[in-house]
Design a protein around this ligand. Structure first.
Ligand SMILES: [Zn+2]
Ligand SMILES: [Zn+2]
Length: 168
């Protein structure tokens, strides 16, 4: 393509009608978390997590089996087979939670996540809450609730701000 033609196409692109509903930063990062969730290999729910600081994405994660370990969707999930209720007996599943994977990915690449904000499609469980607290994450945005009362108590005690997207 010659440069004149390219210039013309670029101009055409910028003169498109501007989207009226430009997302806020929180909506923007939350929508990215929703996109990340689509990579999940969990048979029960698809969760996505994004760690952000100063409007920059530091790390992402979705729920799925550790590297080199067969995924629940291929090997079958014990929790599913045993009909374990949601929020209970996580240790039976081979998968890591999205929040855990986001924290682990940061550690793997040596990215400091202290003072960061977590955008997660679902409310973190108590196990993730403990990791979030010690990872130095200070704020959590989520949408879907999760049946784990312990977690909310942990966050309150540790002074981590919890926000429900589209709500309080
Ligand atoms: Zn599983
Ligand atoms: Zn969790």
């Amino acid at each position: 393509m010659d440069s004149k033609k390219r210039q013309k196409e670029n101009l055409a692109a910028v003169s498109l009608p501007r989207q009226l509903s430009r997302p806020s930063w929180d909506e923007y990062f939350f929508q990215i978390a929703q996109q990340v969730a689509t990579r999940s290999t969990c048979m029960r729910r698809q969760v996505g997590a994004v760690l952000v600081k100063d409007k920059r994405i530091l790390s992402t994660g979705y729920n799925g089996a550790p590297r080199g370990i067969v995924h629940c969707i291929d090997a079958g999930c014990l929790r599913e087979q045993m009909r374990v209720p949601s929020g209970e007996r996580h240790e039976l599943c081979r998968a890591l939670h999205a929040e855990q994977n986001a924290i682990v990915q940061a550690a793997l690449h040596g990215v400091k996540i202290e003072g960061s904000t977590l955008y997660c499609t679902h409310q973190p469980c108590s196990l993730c809450a403990k990791m979030i607290i010690n990872a130095g994450i200070v704020e959590v945005y989520f949408n879907e609730g999760y049946p784990d009362e312990l977690a909310a108590g942990f966050f309150a005690e540790a002074g981590i701000r919890l926000h429900r997207m589209g709500g309080t």
